[in-house]
Structures are given as C-alpha cells and as structure tokens.
Design a binder for this molecule. Structure first.
Ligand code: GLY
Length: 564
C-alpha cells in the first residue's frame, strides 16, 4: 500500500504546537531567515550580519540544514531556489535530481508489469543523481557576495564539532531507526557508537559529512561530483545495485530557469517552473479563485473552502496529465497559467455542489513547442530568497554513503513509475512524467515570492509532498484575501485536496463542525479530521511590513526564525 508512506513524510509535522494558536513573529530591520532548524537559521542570520546578502544566507542555511536537519536538509538530494534580486530581476535555480543514465521507463515494474513494492522508495534504485551541491554552489557563485568558505564554514563546524540534540531530532531518529539501521553507515551516523539511540542533550558529531563538505569547500563542484566523494557514492551504488555512475555525477549541472509569473489581486506571484509543478499549479489555482470574493466570504467559511477545493481538484488533474520535465516533454505551461484557461476550467463550477474527481479530467490544451524543507530569507537591500530542498521521504532512501556521511534521496518515486499508479503522496502521473535517462522527476515544491508594487512582500514555501502547493496557496491567500498578519497566515489551520483520491484532508480541530457539515452537504467526501491526524505543511516564511522584516516558523514544526 504505497500511499501509506505519506504518514512517513508527515511524521515530523505534528500538531503538538497548534493549540498554541499563532506563532510569534520575529522582527528585524536588516535581515531575516526562517527555517525548520533554529541552528541553521542562526547560521544564515550570522552570514547576513557579516556582510553577506540574502543569497549568501540562503546558501549557508542550506548547507547547515544538511547537518542540523538531516531528514530533509541535504547534500544528497535536490531543490529549487527562487531569487528576487535587489535590482528587481527574478531568477530561479533548478537543482532537482536527475534519473541516472541507465534508468529505464519500466525500471520499477516486474515481468508482469506490476510495481515492485518499495523499489522506488527504499532501494538503491530509488536514488536520483543529487543536485543540491551544484545548485548551492552555482547560486552562490553567481549572486553571492562572500567567499565559498564563509558560507560553508559554519556547516562544516556544526558537522565536525557537533551540536546538542533536542527532543525533536532525537524523536525523528528513533522513528526512522528501523529503516536506517538496515544500512551500516546509516546506523553509524544515527546511533551512538554502541548502537544505542541518541538521547536529547547528547552531542551529534558527523566527521564524514564534515570531510565531504570540506572537499566541496576546497574544490567546488569537483569536490562532490568528481574525486573522492563521487567515488564513494558510485561505489555504494555498485554495492547496493543502484545505477548512478561516475559519469552521471560528473555530468550533473544545475539549470537557471525563467520563473513562473502570475498576478493575483494586484500582487505579482513568482514561483518555480517545471520540473516543479508548484508554480504552475499555484498560479493556476489563484487564477481560478480570483473572480470570487473570498475575502468577503471570510476565512474558514464553507464558501471559500468549496471554491478552493474545486480549484485544487482541477489543477491537480492537470498536473497528473500535463506536467513533467519540460526539457523532455512538451508541457503546456503558458496555457496552464493563463487566466482565460482558468476561467474555462472553472466554467462548470457549481457553488452549491462538489464535483466528482471521476468527472474532472485534465483540461484540453493545445501543444506548445517546446520530508522536504523550506527556507525563506530577506535582506535590507531588497534581495529575497525562497528555497525548498528535499530528499523526498524523510531521510530519503535512508542510505548514508559510507565514508562520505550524507544521506541519499529516494526522489525516483516522484516519477510516474507506472501510468496512473499513485506515488508515495498518492499523486498520479502519466507519460509527461515517465522515467527517462537524465530526466528530472516532477516535483511539488513551491518556493514562492509575492511582490507588491514590485517589492518583495512575502517569501514562503513548505514541505509536505502533494500538500506543498495547497499549503503555499493558503499562506498567500491568508495574506492577500484575508489580510492576516504573518503569524496568522502561517499558523491558521489548513486543508488539502489533490483531485485523487477524491477526499479533503482537514487538520484536526482546524475548522468548525458547521463548516465541515456544510461541505459534506455539498458532497465533499471524507472530510477527515482525525484519521489523517497530522499537520499539513511547515511554511517557514518571511514578510516585509512597514519597513520591518517579520519572520515566522510554522508552529507545526520545530523551526525558528532569526532576524536582526
Ligand atoms: N519529493 C517531493 C517533491 O519534490 O514534490
């Protein structure tokens, strides 16, 4: 039952803090970093204090997360960064993993054409060619101000000297030990020398990871993609039956892509293009919702939720059919983010009745030619960075590269490994997202910057697999439609629909029984507050208001915003 794996992603996102209402906003004037790890946010804020810009800070925070938040922070995975530069331009960096050169369309199917359970999530074949190091280095080289050592040294120090574990990390290690322990190198990192689990307050030292980061600091791209690090990774692949070769590693490059741009009630939305579906779906859903007076209906009303669910249903249906790596498949991006297309998709919307996902296919579009974590950063100069990075499921494939100390992703599961077969998030896909050598698997990561009058207003993003996009949608709408301050916009309860399965996931105790009853009366299925039982998303966000920078870490996680 592949969909069960969703619980694994969500397991780091509890509702323990939700009853604390909205999280406190951290205020600053000169710089702000919000991430899932307080230690990593401090690294980013220190870089800003030392003269770095928001890009330096995001890169330093990214490397630090690989040390202090290993379930999703990574150098063995991939990510996307949306950067608004102080000169007003916006660029995006795609460092998504790629399928190895020897990958094949049906590599996760048996002789009968059936999916081999677990192969795309928990095996060496699940691993895509990592992109994070290439991306962070390229972003830093092109737009950073400080030296590579200045943005990497803090992460190296945290790995070499260690840091004290808190309850949050210790709990995560324990939950994932049964799978991590299958690999000797993973057990060596995530248990004590005698094999017993870590306890809170104990020091967590990662010397092999420190040495790998030092090789990257000294040699840049070659420090990871060639030489000792690459040889250790390729040897582990050979040992475990994986496909990644030295050639795959040497060939990896990050890609600079044009952002997805949309408008929403006088705001400009800039987000990530394919191979992420995030920006396309976010803009598509906002386009469908814009004609409706959502602010007038009010946050949490059945009228607003109904409209959002119906927008989500239609957008995720399009995702399943149309979206994939644009370098490999003709993805109709311009059409999907067009306001007229959205109006057509919503033409059969009924304000009184839920539609059925079985009746909602993908839209007709003409062919055109051709456990994740999020960091938000702003600086005083007007640079803003939205950075989302992932190993896919928590701790990825659970495989630490022996001698190199870092975890490998299991991102291959984000491909449509068989048409219309759900991935770990229940997402369906088709030929657009089929496996091909060198192709990037479709993502839901949605690092997003909202601009008002051309200036950054909000930087946001989230983990949560398929729920990433609807989490970002809700944070944006909470600010734009409902006029919330940042702490409410991030803290308020969330819900999610993704076309199939045809049901709404609602955070426990999030919405009134009256609202739920009204939605059920319209025909929405499985308004399930209790059984899913997890928080949705972890949207560490930064906002500018009245010349001040505000940072909020999502109360569903254990992160921290740091600013000054
Ligand atoms: N691995 C989750 C995503 O990229 O959407």
């Amino acid at each position: 039952m592949r969909y069960v794996a969703l619980a694994c992603i969500a397991s780091t996102l509890t509702l323990a803090n939700l009853d604390a209402a909205s999280p406190a906003e951290v205020r600053g004037k000169a710089g702000m970093v919000a991430s899932r790890s307080g230690l990593a946010s401090e690294v980013g804020a220190d870089v800003l204090r030392n003269g770095g810009n928001a890009i330096d800070a995001a890169v330093a925070t990214g490397f630090a997360l690989a040390v202090t938040y290993p379930s999703a922070g990574n150098i063995g995975g991939g990510g996307f960064m949306v950067i608004r530069l102080a000169d007003g331009s916006v660029v995006t960096n795609d460092h998504r993993e790629r399928a190895p050169g020897a990958a094949g369309h049906d590599m996760f199917l048996d002789d009968d054409g059936d999916v081999v359970d677990g192969l795309s999530t928990h095996s060496h074949l699940a691993v895509g060619v990592p992109g994070t190091v290439a991306g962070l280095l390229d972003v830093h080289e092109r737009h950073g101000k400080l030296s590579r050592a200045q943005v990497m040294d803090p992460a190296i120090a945290l790995a070499r000297e260690g840091f004290l574990l808190d309850d949050d990390l210790v709990g995560q290690f324990r939950r994932h030990l049964p799978r991590l322990e299958r690999y000797a190198a993973s057990r060596a990192v995530f248990t004590k020398a005698d094999g017993s689990p870590f306890a809170a307050g104990e020091r967590f030292v990662q010397p092999d990871l420190a040495a790998t980061l030092e090789r990257v600091r000294e040699a840049g791209h070659d420090g990871f993609y060639r030489g000792k690090t690459a040889e250790l990774l390729a040897a582990e692949m050979q040992r475990g039956g994986g496909l990644i070769t030295l050639e795959d590693l040497a060939a990896y490059q990050s890609v600079w892509r044009e952002p997805i741009r949309g408008t929403y009630r006088g705001h400009e939305i800039v987000s990530m293009p394919p191979p992420s579906s995030g920006g396309v779906l976010l803009v598509q859903m906002l386009n469908m919702l814009e004609p409706h007076d959502l602010g007038g209906f009010g946050y949490g009303s059945a009228a607003v939720m109904h409209r959002m669910i119906e927008a989500e249903r239609r957008a995720y249906a399009d995702r399943a059919h149309h979206l994939g790596d644009t370098d490999f498949y003709p993805t109709p991006v311009a059409t999907l983010i067009d306001k007229d297309y959205a109006a057509g998709r919503f033409a059969n919307f009924d304000p009184t009745r839920a539609s059925r996902s079985d009746d909602i296919g993908s839209g007709d579009v003409p062919n055109e030619s051709p456990d994740t974590t999020h960091v938000s950063v702003m600086d005083a100069a007007g640079n803003a960075v939205a950075y989302t990075t992932t190993l896919n499921l928590s701790y990825g494939a659970k495989i630490v590269v022996p001698g190199a100390g870092f975890l490998l992703n299991n991102e291959m599961d984000d491909f449509a490994i068989k048409p219309n077969t759900p991935n770990a998030y229940g997402l369906l896909g088709d030929e657009a997202n089929a496996i091909a050598p060198g192709k990037r698997m479709l993502s839901s990561m949605t690092p997003t910057i909202v601009l008002r009058d051309g200036e950054p207003l909000l930087v946001t993003g989230s983990p949560g697999g398929s729920t990433i996009i609807t989490t970002v949608l809700q944070v944006v709408m909470n600010v734009v439609d409902h006029g919330m301050d940042l702490s409410d916009a991030v803290g308020k309860p969330r819900f999610h629909h993704q076309w199939k399965p045809d049901r709404v996931i609602v955070e426990p105790f999030g919405f009134s029984p009256d609202t739920i009853a009204a939605l059920e009366a319209m025909g929405h299925q499985h308004i399930d507050a209790i059984r899913w039982g997890r928080g949705i998303g972890d949207a560490n966000s930064v906002m500018r208001r009245d010349g001040e920078l505000l940072g909020v870490s999502d109360p569903r996680g254990a992160g921290r915003a740091v600013g000054f």
